[in-house]
Design a protein around this ligand. Structure first.
Ligand code: MTE
Ligand code: MO
Length: 210
């Protein structure tokens, strides 16, 4: 595990924007499709695919909210060029889930799955990064439905489309596969500090053939 994830060049507390981004006041709502209704009795979070044990892991909503709570300060960079700086995200560190439900040694990538089939692919190292968090809270308050309640992923060093709202699970993969936006014209890696916005910018090795 653990070569450091790429692109974390901003120092905490230093208001700096990635190239081409502008500061957004307030917190707009940006997503594709409807806001799902939360039904606690039907909700579960799963970790599946190539787990080390070969088993699928599940948490009910009650079990998930009992997992250790941590906070991470991180910015949100939308590929459409606005950024929100300095939010404090609270929830379960992705690293905690990684440790509770470890991947098989040959796992290189993950697909993060959300309601209605929204998905985003990440390198395993990006998921396991110390600041990647499955957030239930922002600035001490529960997320609203529009912003992803009951759970959304925050990957501080990636564009925000790689942080699904209404997230339901992690699939461990032994090869890379494109997620929802990565199949539809966005960059497979999506590092805002390298301005990796669109798939036409990809270089050989950045992602699977389109
Ligand atoms: N499930 C889901 N998650 C999603 C999206 C989406 O369309 N569906 N859009 C992404 C994009 S492009 C952005 S910029 C952020 C926006 O988060 P916000 O609405 O809380 O600001 O959510 C991300 N997560
Ligand atoms: Mo976005």
């Amino acid at each position: 595990m653990g070569h450091p994830a790429q692109g974390e060049s901003r120092q905490a507390g230093q208001p700096e924007l990635p190239p081409g981004q502008r500061l957004q006041r307030g917190w707009p709502v940006t997503h594709y499709g409807p806001v799902p209704k939360f039904r606690p009795e039907r909700w579960e979070f799963g970790v599946f695919g190539a787990t080390e044990s070969g088993e699928k892991y599940r948490w009910t909503h009650e079990e998930f909210t009992a997992l250790p709570y941590a906070t991470v300060e991180a910015d949100l960079h939308c590929v459409t060029k606005f950024s929100m700086l300095g939010a404090e995200w609270g929830g379960v560190l992705a690293r905690t889930l990684y440790d509770l439900a470890p991947p098989a040694p040959e796992v290189s990538h993950v697909m993060v799955w959300a309601e209605y089939g929204y998905s985003a692919n990440l390198r395993l190292a990006d998921l396991a990064s110390a600041r990647t968090v499955f957030a239930t809270h922002k600035d001490g308050e529960l997320l609203t439905a529009e912003h992803g309640f009951p759970l959304r992923l925050i990957v501080p060093h990636r564009y925000a489309w790689k942080g699904p709202k209404w997230v339901r699970g992690i699939e461990y993969m032994t090869a890379d596969r494109r997620g929802f936006w990565e199949e539809r014209g966005y960059h497979n890696l999506g590092d805002p500090w390298r301005e990796q916005r669109y798939s036409y910018q990809e270089e050989p090795g950045d992602g699977p053939e389109l």
